[in-house]
Ligand binder design. Sequence first.
Ligand code: OAD
Length: 235
Amino acid sequence: MKNIIILTGSGISAESGLKTFRSEDGLWLNHRVEDVCTVEAFEKNPVYVNSFYNELRPIMMQASPNMGHQSITTLQEKLPDININVVTQNVDLLHEKAGNKNIYHIHGRIDECVCTNCGHVIKTLGDVESDEICPQCQVSGMLKPNIVFFGEMPKYMNEVDKMLLNCDMFIAIGTSGIVYPAAGFVRMAKYAGAKTYLFNLDPCNNSNMFDQEILGKASQTFPKFAEHLIAELSK
Ligand code: OAD
């Protein structure tokens, strides 16, 4: 065993008090994706889109990681000879706060904004205002949260493709398997010969691609699995 990929979605952060997207009280039930998370929405109404993420930012920044995130750090520390990469769809920073290494935010990060005119990325802990001036190109009104909207290309796809080709174990945690390209990663990992595991509250959209589906709260199910894996691979 050389390479493990851990793909996470909003379910891993649910027990840290953050909303998932498609559950009963999920973010996409109170807001239409088309209004807040598409390139067209941002072009039409940047003030509204920015205000949605401005509300979300302090909530995400204040959240603390749970045992699901922390067990990934334990895995990485106890299995130093294995490459364990964390590919996350989450824009929160709970993997970082838990001390995880090798994190790829394929849908961007809530603590950054990007100038849609020149591509300059700016750390931002406060609100992003639509009339702000980009410090690099000096153009105003072009800053958007550095979050991948529908209609944009997810980040780190070359790196993730390479990882998937050499993947021995693929673990998905807390994701519905609805949004591509992330939903297709398990299939690629399986073609590469990886064992595939899903840790989710409910079966996901592509459950049939997983060798094992462990249902329950990730903060409870994943730490147990991590403990067994460490014991198994340390023999
Ligand atoms: P979803 O809301 O689609 O799915 C969350 C998944 O987490 C569900 O399948 C739940 O069963 C599971 N879940 C909930 N609580 C859990 C818990 N405590 N332990 C384990 N599993 C739990 O969210 P995502 O799959 O993350 O993209 O959504 C993918 C993308 O769709 C997001 O990154 C976002 C959204 O549009 C962007 O914003 C670009």
